[in-house]
Write a protein that binds this ligand. Structure first.
Ligand SMILES: *Cc1c(COP(=O)(O)O)cnc(C)c1O
Length: 428
């Protein structure tokens, strides 16, 4: 697989290089040089396969011969070890539930596949260290994705006392190859330390530093697979009238959906649903890119005003000669998010703010004869406090989370000083 840098088309790399580097020159995103397409008959046959087998074929179509089909299938099996069921909500709307993985969010799919790819590409004799700062969610996904991998050490920094106790339990109780450090400072202090480490060439070489960045191409490719899994679960008559609404922050999930369509998956229309951080909806309505300052909302995983995957969306539309005006969009404020969660609860479906936004825009824009799917990106228990308050009911924790909440924290503590972090990275 060849990929080019969107900011410097002359920079072309292999899949392995793109996975290892994350970003290209000038912080440019990597994008596939070839956009594979399946025949319609191939798609029908693929929809009959099981999730892992089908996903391996999809990924092979992009990755090509850099990984043997057998190895790829083994890695996919490790990564996709949980289901992505479609749950009916009304007669013509359903939710694709992507939150049945270890950290209860769709990011488990991309995170775990990236972990598999990094460890495969690096080889057993090369030691790599993943260093990342988190304000909660990414840390948990990265920790669980790499947990137990022999050639990978993961070090996660987080601001002491500034993430939720449950989030802390989720990734600071693992031990083994996962080391967590509570920094006596805020999230920016944690990020500054990580940046200093990546600027330290000697340190980088010594410990094989890697960022496992969220814009890594391997994440996107993994996410393509669950759009096929969704369609595979629908009856034939709904497959050609399908509209998919994606709750969007950095627009990785939407990019993956559009890549699924470019492979030939029959999706009539995609809808980009955002919260009040509505740079993209305003851009699609008015044609001007004018990011506002980011505002805090109930759907905080989507509090992004400069979505970093948007250049990939534009590139895909350009390459496929699709028209941006065919992309649906909508923005939902907190009050409407609350009302939509209550509406879903009345329909018998328990949700959380992110999914509720996608549902809302979908139900407002779905036309006669169409079938709508919205993505459930997180388990409601992950946003326990706001869900309980909005729906006025108590939520039990899923078993896996309840068990973990009982375990002792294994974090180290550290002042926000680079010398201490450097010594830790080199000596522990
Ligand atoms: C990350 C996240 C999103 C946004 O996904 P993007 O790919 O960044 O658009 C939506 N919902 C939840 C729960 C998330 O964690």
């Amino acid at each position: 697989m060849k990929l080019y840098n969107l900011k410097d088309h002359n920079q072309q790399v292999s899949f392995a290089q793109a996975v290892k580097q994350g970003l290209g020159n000038q912080q440019g995103l990597f994008f596939p040089l070839e956009l594979p397409e399946f025949e319609l008959t191939d798609i029908d046959a693929m929809l009959e396969l099981d999730f892992v087998t089908r996903s391996s074929k999809i990924l092979a179509a992009f990755i090509g011969d850099e990984i043997s089909p057998h190895q790829l299938q083994e890695r996919v099996k490790q990564a996709f070890a949980f289901p992505a069921p479609v749950a009916k909500v009304t007669g013509d709307i359903a939710c694709l539930e992507l939150f049945h993985g270890p950290t209860l969010a769709f990011k488990d799919f991309g995170g775990r596949f990236m972990a598999q790819m990094l460890s495969y590409i690096s080889g057993a004799d090369e030691q790599i260290t993943i260093l990342t700062a988190t304000s909660g969610d990414t840390g948990a996904a990265v920790a669980h994705a790499f947990y137990g991998m022999e050639n990978v050490r993961v070090v996660i920094l987080y601001p002491q006392g500034k993430i939720s106790p449950l989030q802390e339990k989720l990734f600071c109780t693992l031990g083994g190859n996962i080391q967590t450090i509570a920094i006596d400072g805020d999230f920016d202090a944690c990020q500054a330390l990580v940046k200093q480490a990546f600027d330290d060439e000697a340190l980088k070489q010594a410990i094989g530093l890697n960022s496992a960045n969220s814009i890594n191409i391997s994440r996107l490719l993994a996410q393509v697979c669950y759009y096929f899994e969704a369609v595979a679960q629908l009856p034939q008559e709904q497959r050609n009238q399908l509209v998919i609404s994606v709750p969007s922050g950095n627009f990785g999930d939407l990019t993956a959906g559009l890549l699924a369509k470019s492979l030939g998956l029959p999706v009539k229309r995609f809808i980009a649903a955002t919260n009040a951080n509505d740079t993209v909806p305003r851009f699609l309505a008015e044609g001007e890119w004018r990011p506002n300052a980011t505002v805090a909302t109930l759907s905080n995983a989507m509090d992004v005003s400069q979505p970093n995957n948007w250049p990939r969306v534009e590139e895909l539309f350009r390459r496929k000669t699709w028209r941006l005006k065919d992309l649906g969009f909508g923005a939902v404020d907190d009050e409407t998010t609350r009302a939509s969660m209550r509406e879903l609860a009345e329909l018998g479906y328990l949700s959380e703010p992110h999914a509720a936004i996608a549902y809302r825009v979908l139900r407002d824009q779905l036309r006669e004869g169409e079938y709508g799917l919205f993505l459930g990106t997180a388990h409601p228990a992950k946003f326990k406090e706001s869900v309980e308050e909005i729906l006025d009911q108590t939520l039990p924790l899923p078993d896996a989370l309840a068990e973990r909440a009982e375990l002792p924290l294994l974090s180290h503590q550290m002042a926000p000083e680079f010398a201490s972090l450097r010594a830790f990275l080199l000596n522990q």
